[in-house]
Write a protein that binds this ligand. Structure first.
Ligand code: PBG
Length: 331
């Protein structure tokens, strides 16, 4: 006799299907139960408006959470960077699996690197965070680039380069890797140039708080270091009171800081590390005014310690005028 399948609610985009499929396989391994994907359409998938105009925070997440709350599905997988920082009481993040590469990348015509783009190059991104940091870098290094607001799924965005409209687009490495298109990357943006969105590259596996059995099973997929890192990043974001479309970057990482993530997740590789660095950035989309700070200390041992680290860095950023830089929205 086979056990009843667990129902995993997922958006139907290629990225959502890919990451849900990968988590489904892992869950079915640890539980011994089949996992069935249940497709759910979200407002963010159907709206033609720019995300920033809809209001950003959580548009991809709400429909999945509603399905969980109605008991239509047993669990859901979210991109952590799209998850609002407030957690509904009836739901829990039961697992944060090992993080993928958190970096942003460019996909450019003619295999160009970011710093080799010609004068006047047009770079597509709908993210105020990416615009702010690319423009700040360009100002500091005498590059002449124009950031162009775009939206759409990964295929659509790469299409803007293939069709000749844009010289490059900016995407998350993790998204491209998950859908098997990592080879499209023409340049990895160093996190010293562009800090990723808080939680970028990480997933959240969410289920109802009342499902103790399921929470225990899903916990096997949790990576404690990834969870500590994203907790610090997201608490920084929450303390800045910024939504997911605000120009905020944050990354908690581990030594060696000179080349993070180029050799994968050092924690997952079994290295012993006892130091964590948290960096945060906020800026105007034209890159003219930026507040960027970092703090380094012992790897937090608890959720509370990680959250405190994020709050403290946010307080320092606010003291340097961060709040005045966050009012803007793309377009
Ligand atoms: N903004 C949409 C989004 N949400 C999650 C990812 C993939 C990366 C991740 O899981 O962090 C992407 C695509 C992108 O930013 O290029």
């Amino acid at each position: 006799m086979t056990e009843k399948a667990l129902r995993l609610g997922t958006r139907r985009s290629r990225l959502a299907m890919a990451q849900s499929g990968q988590v489904a396989d892992a869950v079915s391994q640890v539980t011994g139960r089949p996992v069935e994907l249940v497709e759910i359409t979200t407002y963010g998938d159907t709206s033609r408006e720019h995300l920033a105009q809809i209001g950003g925070t959580g548009v991809f997440v709400t429909a999945l959470r509603d399905a969980l709350l109605r008991g239509e599905v047993d669990f859901a997988v979210h991109s952590l960077k799209d998850l609002p920082t407030s957690q509904p009481e009836e739901l829990v993040v039961a697992a944060v699996p090992v993080r993928e590469d958190p970096r942003d990348v460019i996909v450019a015509r003619d295999a160009l690197k970011f710093t080799d783009l010609p004068r006047g190059a047009r770079i597509g991104t709908g993210s105020p965070r990416r615009m702010a940091q690319l423009n700040a870098y360009a100002r500091a290094h005498g590059l002449d680039i124009e950031t162009v607001p775009i939206r759409g799924n990964v295929d659509t965005r790469i299409g803007y380069v293939r069709d000749g409209g844009l010289d490059a687009v900016v995407l998350a490495a993790a998204g491209l890797n998950r859908i098997g298109r990592g080879e499209e990357v023409t340049d990895f943006l160093s996190v010293a140039t562009v800090l990723p969105a808080p939680g970028q590259g990480a997933l959240a596996v969410e289920c109802p708080a009342a499902r103790a059995d399921l929470i225990a099973a899903l916990a096997e997929l949790d990576d404690p270091f990834t969870r500590v890192a994203v907790t610090a990043e997201r608490s920084l974001l929450a303390a800045l009171e910024a939504g997911c479309s605000a120009p905020v970057g944050a990354l908690a990482d581990l030594p060696p800081f000179s080349a993070p993530f180029e050799r994968g997740n050092p924690h997952a590789d079994g290295q012993i590390v006892n130091e964590m660095r948290l960096r945060g950035v906020v800026g105007t989309t034209d890159g003219s005014r930026m507040v960027q700070l970092s703090t380094t200390g012992p790897v937090p041992e608890t959720h509370d310690q990680a959250a405190t680290l994020g709050r403290h860095l946010a307080a320092e950023m606010l003291a340097q005028g961060a709040a005045g830089l966050m009012g803007e929205r793309a377009q």
